[in-house]
Design a protein around this ligand. Structure first.
Ligand SMILES: [Zn+2]
Length: 205
């Protein structure tokens, strides 16, 4: 039985961000490749919906005036580095970050109900810059989201904040997240802050 109001959210487990050979890789994230895949199968077997985000850049991603002002090119649409790592690939429908009309989104929801995994493309670190997520989540009445992926203190943290704003209970999957420490912004601090603001911490087996 599908649990239509619970989601496993897989943030950005893509080759450029995970593979050891990539210049943009999160240090050590490649060691979690099996865990990422196992988390997806574990939740999918329980009937949880599988969704997530993928970076789908067309150019440099830049945040003027921040430490991410000049991020190296990564996850460029059409390159192999943009693809998901093997362990998190599957029967996926990708939703672009162009605003879809209601008809198109209702078709996406039909696909979800039929078991399709759905991933939302994004150009920035915040998944809600894909305007289609909110409609899908509200229409399905999502109540709980289990979050995995990278980076704990960037895209995972922003996704967690966004889902909380939608009134959703969030969970962080400890053995399937990986961050990177920056001065004044460490993975540990990000986790503490998420827990302080209501996120629950779980391990899956
Ligand atoms: Zn990016």
């Amino acid at each position: 039985m599908k649990k239509l109001n619970i989601v496993l959210w897989d943030a950005d487990t893509q080759k450029d961000i995970i593979l050891k050979s990539s210049k943009f890789a999160v240090p050590g994230a490649y060691k979690l490749m099996n865990n990422f895949g196992k988390a997806i199968s574990y939740f999918e077997k329980k009937g949880v919906l599988i969704m997530g985000s993928v970076d789908s850049h067309v150019s440099y991603e830049s945040y003027p005036g921040t430490r991410d002002e000049n991020l190296p090119l990564h996850c460029i649409k059409g390159t192999t580095g943009q693809l998901k790592i093997k362990s998190t690939q599957g029967d996926i429908l990708y939703v672009s970050d162009q605003k879809y009309n209601q008809d198109a989104l209702d078709k996406v929801i039909v696909e979800i109900k039929q078991g399709k995994r759905v991933y939302f493309e994004k150009q920035t670190q915040k998944c809600e810059t894909n305007p289609n997520i909110e409609y899908v989540f509200k229409k399905l009445g999502i109540k709980e989201v289990y979050i995995m992926g990278v980076l704990t203190n960037v895209c995972v943290k922003y996704a967690d904040e966004y889902f909380k704003k939608l009134g959703i209970q969030t969970y962080l999957i400890k053995n399937a997240i990986k961050g990177k420490d920056f001065p004044g912004d460490t993975e540990e601090e990000a986790i503490k802050e998420m827990i302080r603001t209501g996120t629950k911490f779980i391990f899956y087996r």
